[in-house]
Design a protein around this ligand. Structure first.
Ligand SMILES: [Zn+2]
Length: 149
C-alpha cells in the first residue's frame, strides 16, 4: 500500500532526525545568538522551500487518508478531493487540531487508521465541505452558532 510506504519513509527518517536534533540543540545552546540569527536568515531566504516541504507531506497524508476512507462524501457522494474533509463524527476536531498541527495531524490519523481501521472509522468519516458545514451547524459544533444568513 502506497500509504504504508509513506509512513515507513517518514518513520525511518525519525532516528536520524532525532540525532540531528540533539546535535543542533547542543550546538544551539553553545552558540545561541549566532545560530538563531543564521536560522532566521536562512528561513527568510528559503520561505518557499519551507512551505513546499511541509505542504508536500500534508498533501500526501491527506490524500492517502481520503483514499482509505472511500474517496467520497458519506452523505451525498461528492468525490472531488479538493473539497473533501475528514470529519470527526463526535465533533471534537478543534481539540485534535490544537494537539497536532499541519501534516502531523494527518500523519497521526494515518497511523491510527493503520493500527485499527474499524476503530478509526467509528470516530472519523469523509464529508464534503458542504455536508461538513451543515453538520457542524446542525449539531452546534461551535462555540458561536453560525446564522443561516
Ligand atoms: Zn456531501
Amino acid at each position: 500500500m502506497a500509504e504504508l510506504d509513506i509512513l515507513k519513509k517518514s518513520n525511518s527518517k525519525k532516528v536520524k532526525k532525532r540525532e540531528r536534533k540533539e546535535y543542533n540543540h547542543k550546538n544551539y545552546l553553545e552558540n545561541k545568538e549566532v545560530v538563531s540569527k543564521r536560522t532566521k536568515k536562512y528561513k527568510a531566504e528559503h520561505k518557499e522551500l519551507y512551505k513546499k516541504y511541509s505542504k508536500n507531506f500534508y498533501v500526501r497524508f491527506r490524500y492517502a487518508l481520503i483514499e482509505l476512507l472511500g474517496g467520497t462524501c458519506v452523505n451525498c457522494g461528492f468525490d472531488d478531493v479538493r473539497a473533501l474533509q475528514i470529519d470527526h463524527i463526535n465533533g471534537d476536531g478543534a481539540e485534535e487540531r490544537k494537539k497536532h498541527r499541519g501534516s502531523l495531524l494527518y500523519k497521526s490519523m494515518l497511523e491510527r487508521y493503520i493500527k485499527d481501521p474499524q476503530k478509526f472509522c467509528v470516530n472519523y468519516q469523509l464529508l464534503c465541505a458542504n455536508c461538513n458545514w451543515i453538520k457542524r451547524s446542525t449539531n452546534k459544533e461551535y462555540k458561536k452558532p453560525i446564522s443561516k444568513f
